[in-house]
Design a protein around this ligand. Sequence first.
Ligand code: ATP
Ligand code: MG
Length: 406
Amino acid sequence: MAEFQRICLAHYHEIGLKGHNRASFERRLLKNLEALLRDDKFPVVTIHRIAGRLCVFLKEGTDWDTARACAEVIGKVPGVARVSCGYKCPRDLGLMTEAARIAMGEAGEFETWRVAARRNHTDFPTTSMEMNQLIGGALHELFPDKTVRMKHPDLTVGVEVVQNAAYVYAFSHRGIGGLPVGSSGRLVCLLSSGIDSPVALWKVARRGATCVGVHFSGRPQTSDASEYLVDDIAHVLEETGCIARVYVVPLGDCQREIALAVPPALRVIMYRRLMFKVAERLAEREGAKALVTGESLGQVASQTLDNMVCTDDAVTMPIFRPLIGSDKLDIIDDAQRLGTFDISSQDAPDCCTLFMPRSPETHAQLADVRAAEAPLPIAQWIDELVESAEIHDYRCPSYSRKKAPR
Ligand code: ATP
Ligand code: MG
């Protein structure tokens, strides 16, 4: 039996639509994959761009389970629309059929199948159509009890012939799609240890943003439990290159001052305004151009339209709310897929639960909010809070610690 080198193929479609940006997007995705798969855990030899795909070459002797595990990781990286497992083989129809047979044997249960061949170089004499027929015919004899179906088969055997080799695969699954992290600038995300904000961060990262988190803990008025949860969440996000760093800001003492000074109903809005102002300052330092939160319209008292208007007023930077129209159940599904749900479901007192009033205002008026805030030494607090921020760094290939983005 012939021994072929195992490969994973990362397919992307959206990048293909980006015209002249295509090359830089491919380079970005290639760099992200290289950095994320550099770990000793992954038996990766090298990654190359081949015929509009990124091909991850796996070490000799890599077994199926390990190749599958690699594909799992690759499929979660923003920019990857589909990932396949297969083999590199010589441009020989007999060997290509043999590689396809092995790949089909590994691909799991299927009833219907077809071959989809592509020829990238006309120096290979057999056309795509002929390859479909020849390889398809040979495979049909090897899998006589399976049915060939052109439309929506269970399994598609991909055959790609390029200049000096062929790539053959059968197992394939959807990736998360989107754009490679690092292709859409930098954002600062307000990251609580709750369910919503990690999903919000992930959504903008999937649109290509490099994300920096800011977490406000209730320390020293509460324990640091929420900080550990946020660190766990950041480690999950780090696996896909979505997060570069998290600033942890102990807000407890300022919250205490606010709780003593402003009407109870307005407390939460005041906390939120202060968070936004500190986040904005950190964003300026980071060269980030907008803030991101996990708010969704009407979900809780602080997320009514009136209250969001009052918190937006605290800053000049745009505030993105990727979950504004999402239902909680959909957000939970996303958090489960992302792998942050179980962490976020653990209870930790953060600054949100601290000094919570019994009945928070749901229709705050800007004039009242501004009046309540006026006597507070906000500018001084911002300086102190920014000064006291602790930095936690994570692996993020698209983030430069020295250089802020343009
Ligand atoms: P989440 O599930 O993200 O905690 P939530 O449903 O609990 O959101 P809120 O507590 O009103 O709703 O928070 C709304 C948003 O404000 C959060 O999604 C997050 O972006 C930001 N936020 C809230 N608390 C914190 C915090 N302690 N640190 C940083 N950001 C926070
Ligand atoms: Mg919360």
